[in-house]
Design a protein around this ligand. Structure first.
Ligand code: UD1
Length: 422
């Protein structure tokens, strides 16, 4: 298994290009199952999660071709030839459950493995299933699989989510496009990835209103056509690289970055003393004056502070002046990076969903272990600012969500290298 070695090397300077969003691409790809006509996605990120989704879609009969080095995905589901999403593929990635809504809506039946547990909490899929039931689906859980049927097709209904779920909103939204009549999704997620999906579905002929608000209304249509769509920039990759100069000092421009994607995060950076400036080509981040100030962070659904930037923000706050309180409200058990940061000299107390971080003058390099995707990159960021060498082991998580991380950070002056494992 590969490791990454990072050595503290002072301030960073230069530009980092931001890729298309992993989480948007992972929901746009299953949209191919809604139509017989081709769906072309441009600005796709080159990540192992995208390859896993390709394999899953291919197993169902879709054609997936990668062009321009993987930045363009040509998808086509002329016919769905297999209606069972097997455990062996689904277990690798929770987003696999997103094939359920589209397949059921188009074909009237589907069998999809339950994704199972995950390192950042229980993460059930009950909201996905309840939403499909509200559209007339008949569901049965058997042998670890969801057996779904809607013999006469799905029909519109009102779905009121008890709390916000990104994935359940996406599954319901895709299913509703081909349901008979009107579907209203209440307490829907408002994430940019939902807006991106709605825009793409609209290009395919779907009738959708209200994406980006808490209520989305969908008028079902008989069929959807093809489309070409550019994946929205990855706000989590953006936030992660914005933290690199915040932690190490210097000035970095994140190309393609947009403030509307990371507004709550930028507000916290500002409070911590980091400057963010909009440029013609992205966002420029600088830390010029002294130490970062402690700030409190509460993770919330969009437009709040994203849970997927909590670990990286914690890396910044380990060396801030004062005490910061980070409250994780989306996922239980999402502080697994804390003990690893403590191995590097950070002072962190975790009690339930709250972590209290007392800033230290500097971190010291150490061997650490990556536990999930965002935790891995938070350890890399911490290593960039630490004295000496940090070895981040088990980095396979990283490749699920960050393309060419060593190249991108290396280009702005970071000392980072990948060691290939067996
Ligand atoms: C998506 C993102 C993930 C991000 C998360 C929250 C993708 C591929 N992944 O995950 O990176 O961290 O949004 O912004 O887009 N829940 C239930 N029942 C359900 C569904 C969710 O209880 O049926 C719970 C989850 O356990 C969690 C909360 O709801 O506590 C929010 O999860 P959700 O928004 O659904 O996250 P994902 O769509 O899985």
């Amino acid at each position: 298994m590969d490791s990454i070695i990072v050595t503290g090397n002072g301030p960073l300077s230069g530009q980092i290009p931001i890729a298309g969003a992993k989480n948007a691409c992972l929901t746009l790809m299953p949209a191919t199952l809604l139509s017989e006509e081709p769906l072309t996605l441009t600005n796709a990120p080159r990540l192992s999660d995208i390859r896993t989704m390709s394999v899953l879609l291919q197993s169902l009969g879709a054609e997936v071709a990668q062009m321009q080095g993987g930045q363009v995905l040509a998808l086509s589901s002329h016919a769905i030839t297999n209606h069972k999403a097997e455990y062996d593929i689904v277990r690798k990635m929770r987003a696999s459950i997103l094939v359920l809504g589209p397949m059921l809506a188009r074909e009237g039946h589907a069998v999809v493995s339950l994704p199972g547990g995950c390192a950042i909490g229980a993460r059930p899929v009950d909201l996905h299933l309840k939403a499909l039931e509200a559209m007339g689906a008949d569901l049965e859980l058997r042998d670890g699989y969801v057996h779904a049927k809607a013999p006469g097709g799905l029909r519109g209904g009102t779905v009121e989510f008890p709390f916000v779920s990104v994935g359940a909103t996406e599954n319901a939204l895709m299913a509703a496009t081909l349901a008979k009549g009107t579907t209203i999704l209440k307490n829907a997620a408002r994430e940019p990835e939902i807006v991106d999906l709605a825009q793409c579905l609209r290009k395919m002929g779907a009738q959708i209103e209200g994406e980006g608000t808490g209520t989305i209304t969908v008028q079902g249509v008989d069929r959807l056509g093809g489309a070409t769509h550019a994946v929205v920039p990855d706000r989590i990759e953006l936030g992660t690289y914005m933290l690199a100069p915040a932690i190490c000092g210097g000035e970095v421009e994140c190309l393609g970055g947009r403030i509307d994607l990371v507004a709550a995060f930028c507000e916290r950076l500002d409070a911590a003393g980091i400057s963010v400036e909009e440029t013609a080509s992205g966002l420029k981040v600088a830390r010029r004056n002294g130490r970062v100030r402690a700030v409190d962070v509460v993770t919330e659904p969009f437009p709040g502070f994203p849970t997927d930037l909590q670990a990286q923000m914690m890396a910044l706050l380990t060396t801030a002046e004062g005490t910061s309180v980070l409250e994780e409200r989306i996922f239980e058990n999402r502080f697994m990076h804390a003990p690893e940061l403590m191995r590097m000299g950070a002072r962190i107390d975790v009690h339930g969903g709250t972590a209290t971080v007392t800033g230290v003058d500097h971190l010291k390099g150490a061997p650490v272990m990556a536990t999930d995707l965002r935790a891995s990159v938070s350890l890399i960021l911490a290593g960039l600012a630490a004295e000496g060498e940090t070895i981040v082991n088990r980095v396979y998580h990283l490749d699920r969500g960050y393309e060419r991380v060593e190249e991108k950070l290396g280009a702005v002056g970071a000392k980072i290298e990948r060691i290939s494992g067996q």
